[in-house]
Design a binder for this molecule. Structure first.
Ligand SMILES: C[S@@+](CC[C@H](N)C(=O)[O-])C[C@H]1O[C@@H](n2cnc3c(N)ncnc32)[C@H](O)[C@@H]1O
Ligand code: SF4
Length: 339
């Protein structure tokens, strides 16, 4: 007889643990201003190999989450394709019982050379960040490190390797790349890929976030809808972060992630683990809980601690932003927890 599916732990606000976002590296070859600006995060910062979980530790951790009912795993970074031998880690994680959806978020710059191996290793889905089509604007958004042609080549290679429909993430900042929105939509309508416009968030402490640089999704929706009429789709499940829309003319789907103008903490069922094994229950948490010592004691010990931590969880920072005057002064950086 098949074993019943595990009951995921539920936090103090009634939110079950459903998915895991796992950073495999804190280094990046880009310096996007909204994430790790070069003047705040110099080259050579961060963990050495010994400071990162190795593949055995990562597998123990993922098995523990899967035992608690986590079915969706997203690998991220920093830039995950900088992690040596990533495809062999993907192959191990794809075999973990219970993991049904294994995804990766990348800046795409190195994707052309890795897409086939990732697909062969069992990766199910890819999300590629793409903030502009214009080469000069793209280069500026990446802190002078990236070339848009490399990312477009990566997208083409991923498609050729069998990733049928990619998610393409664009973080929009007023006065920086908001003029790229319509060209991006035009380029990817009819492509089968799903563009998602993400509001610029006040994550971390080093991006100099200002509310007047956030372009609310409603404004972007109006701009796009005026040119190519859109129709909203129902959410597929509680906690889906992107509001999905289709083009009325059948050209495909786009999405809006409105973390600032319409926070969705009430439905947040995501755990995050940084490359050093620190466990975060919120994107805006000040500190993480070190899991490596527990991983060394085995999967069962990790399971116990994850249940204890998740059932204590009461974070809802985004909903409180603007309501309370005191925001936490310490906040984990985006490049440590990966989005
Ligand atoms: C931290 S990156 C890690 C993966 C990979 N390096 C990439 O860029 O796709 C994950 C996602 O977070 C997004 N991101 C980073 N900082 C952000 C911010 N301040 N507001 C909104 N999204 C942000 C990026 O655009 C990217 O799509
Ligand atoms: S968003 Fe991704 S590509 Fe840009 S600096 Fe952060 S980790 Fe690197």
């Amino acid at each position: 007889m098949a074993r019943p599916a595990p009951m995921p732990p539920t936090d103090r606000l009634g939110r079950p643990l459903h998915d895991l976002r796992l950073s495999v590296i804190d280094a990046c070859n880009f310096r996007c201003g909204y994430c790790m600006p070069a003047d705040r995060v110099p080259d050579g910062h961060g963990l050495d190999a010994a400071g990162r979980m190795d593949f055995d530790e990562i597998e123990v951790l993922v098995r523990a989450f899967a035992r608690l009912g986590v079915r969706k795993l997203r690998l991220t970074g920093g830039e995950p394709l900088l992690r040596r031998d990533l495809a062999s880690l993907v192959a191990r994680l794809a075999r973990v019982p219970g993991i049904e959806e294994l995804a990766l978020t990348t800046n795409g710059s190195l994707l052309a050379r890795h897409a086939r191996a990732l697909r062969d290793a069992g990766l199910h889905r890819l999300t590629v960040s793409l903030d502009a089509l214009d080469p000069a604007c793209f280069a500026a958004m990446s802190g002078g490190r990236g070339r848009v042609d490399d990312v477009l080549a990566g997208i083409a290679a991923a498609q050729a390797a069998g990733f049928a429909s990619l998610k393409l993430n664009c973080v929009v900042q007023r006065g920086a790349n908001d003029d790229q929105v319509l060209p991006l939509v035009e380029r990817f309508r009819h492509s089968g890929h799903v563009l998602r416009f993400i509001e610029y968030m006040d994550v971390g402490t080093c991006n100099g976030w200002r509310m007047d640089r956030v372009v609310p999704s409603a404004e972007l929706h109006a701009r796009i809808h005026a040119r190519w009429p859109l129709r909203a789709l129902e959410r597929r499940y509680r906690g889906e972060v992107a509001a999905r829309h289709v083009f009325e003319d059948g050209a495909g789907e786009i999405g809006f992630v409105s973390s600032v103008s319409a926070p969705f903490c009430g439905d947040c069922h995501r755990a995050r683990v940084a490359a050093d094994g620190s466990f975060y229950t919120c994107l805006f948490a000040g500190s993480g809980q070190p899991l490596r010592p527990l991983i060394a004691q085995g999967e069962g010990r990790v399971v116990e601690e994850l249940i204890a931590s998740w059932t204590r969880r009461a974070d809802r920072y985004s909903e409180l932003r603007g309501v309370v005057r005191q925001v936490p002064r310490r906040r984990v950086e985006m490049f440590l927890v990966g989005g």
